[in-house]
Design a protein around this ligand. Structure first.
Ligand SMILES: [Zn+2]
Length: 182
């Protein structure tokens, strides 16, 4: 996995880039939650479920189907997204599946079961730039520091660029609108 600290970077960047008019604060908070939810499956190890099984680590909870179910559950199980149902569904789906996408860019572990339970095949993306975070690694060790450094460069930096770019474009558009209104 990438670490629990880095998965929320993706929905956070998307929310900053799109602005609170599109992604309200509450939706953003749910998005952050969705981005770490898939790693609940590490509990599977406690029940003796093998890594490569459907319910094993990086299996069902990292799949497209799980992301769809999470988005539908949060959308229809709460008052979120009455005004913008599709934006809400897409944002929550994107936040959840982004977890698997980041994991599929790590250089270790088994791949990600995007198509679970329809197949137990595990996948990696062609670009595997992220240093894998071994389960239970101490962040105060040399290995822990290497993982954090790798995630700063390969996850946080690109997310920061996207967030700043979106924010700048929005504030530029706002200024243009204001000028035209004068
Ligand atoms: Zn994961």
């Amino acid at each position: 996995m990438a670490t629990i600290f880095s998965h929320p970077a993706v929905p956070l960047a998307a929310a900053v880039a799109l602005g609170s008019g599109v992604i309200p604060r509450r939706l953003m908070e749910f998005g952050l939650l969705c981005s770490i939810l898939p790693d609940l499956d590490v509990l599977a190890f406690n029940f003796g479920i093998p890594y490569g099984a459907v319910m094993g680590h990086r299996g069902f909870t990292h799949s497209v189907l799980f992301a769809v179910l999470v988005a539908l559950t949060f959308r229809y199980g709460s008052s979120m997204g009455r005004e913008r149902p599709w934006t809400t569904l897409l944002f929550l789906f994107g936040a959840t599946i982004s977890h698997g996408v980041l994991d599929a860019m790590t250089n270790g572990g088994l791949g990600v079961g995007f198509m679970t339970p329809f197949t137990t095949q595990r996948y990696f993306l062609p670009a595997r730039w992220i240093e894998v975070s071994p389960i239970g690694v101490s962040f105060f060790s040399l290995r822990g520091w290497m993982v954090i450094k790798s995630e700063l460069l390969t996850v946080w930096m690109p997310c920061l660029v996207v967030a700043l770019l979106g924010y700048s474009l929005r504030s530029h558009a706002r200024k243009v609108r204001r000028r035209e209104g004068e």
